[in-house]
Design a protein around this ligand. Sequence first.
Ligand code: FE2
Ligand code: FE2
Length: 473
Amino acid sequence: MSTVNLSERIPNNVDLTSDRRLRRALEQWQPAFLDWWREMGPVDRAASEVYLRTATSVDREGWANFAYTRMPDYRWGIFLADADPERKIAFGDHRGEAVWQRVPGDYRAALRRLIVIQGDTEPASVEQQRHLGRTCPSNYDLRNLFQINVEEGRHLWAMVYLLHAHFGRDGREEAQALLQRRSGDADHPRILGAFNERTPDWLALFMFTFLTDRDGKFQLHSLAESAFDPLARTCRFMLTEEAHHMFVGITGLARVVQRTGEIMREHDTEDVRSFGVIDLPTFQKYLNFHYSVTLDLFGSELSTNAAASYTSGLKGRFDESGFEDDHRLHHDSWPGLRFEEGAFRRVPVPALNAINERLRDAFIADVETGVGRLNRVLRGLDLDFEIALPHVAFNRRVGLFRELHVTPQGAVLDADAWRRRRHEWLPSESDRAYVGSLMPEALTEPGKFANWIAPPSRGIDGRPVDFEYVRLD
Ligand SMILES: [Fe+2]
Ligand SMILES: [Fe+2]
């Protein structure tokens, strides 16, 4: 078991003490990161003490230690899951060979690109969420938001460590650039579309953490298979943190549905806006929006880049070892969803080119499970409204379906008809304004919850729901 050195300026379990050059490079990056955090991190709450967990070791139980911390003092560090000295490459043309501790020259540019794209999403989500502390529905929820924000900051550290440790000067330049792009900025946007969207309210936050953090889970799992062992170990540890982000998403959505459902029953109506809760049609529109922009993150269904990453061992499939095939896929096919002769149908496509689509389909199955949980909340209240995921081709900007105009039910319309009807399916300005109007200010008194959301069933770290998770300054 590796130990975490917490006495260092940068807590780590990668033995930074013995690599002075690397340590110095990271110590130079650290003030730039803190400047970025002050400029683009959560607004207003720099002096508040937040009940946060921090990694102190990477084993199963020991990594989550809870304590009150001011966010700018959070111990952002570098933690890699422990190495397996026997680990072999599990897929692609190098299958069976020992994993790499150094970046092979041939794959340098491609690996750097994968790390930069992953790294870019981490600060982006902090930027997207920075105003939400001003409208939190409870002290408990505020703490969860901040926990996610500091951990996304740590995920940036995780990727920046790899860039500094393994990519020389190019890596240092990329690490700088990660602090320079800004979510939604016209001139220097973040790399991926969904990370330039706004997260203007808490319903959007719960959708984002339910869906977009779940995309993160699938990307990290695929990278955790990488033949480049430091990347695999970094991603394995990040996954332990990511689980909490998705927990915040699904439980947040379930609490919204619970509260809305209670009001629907109490007043025997679906028209619940006059009672100050989120009506289910608006909830469904938010789901449609966040789901479709998140599907775009998986990239094009047919991708020679993804095929090359797989063949060369850089990025595997979700649960690579669970597949009983040759893990090379040169001769395999996969049933891809295509729009042919006026209909959507599954047709066999080369498996190697369909890596993205396959990952996306695994993601969809996982999301379906979550939606099932939301519908169980409604059924538990004897309501017959059904929340449903829209069709895969609905509202796409990336991939094979981007030219089509598809309804959530999968009907293909002409562009004008789709545009005219889009606010039946996607939140309109007035829907967003309504949701925003429910959240006029932060509710921070411990144990109090905004009217539009049910309290959680339990608190964090065994603490009661009305615990003072954030001590306001
Ligand atoms: Fe992350
Ligand atoms: Fe996350």
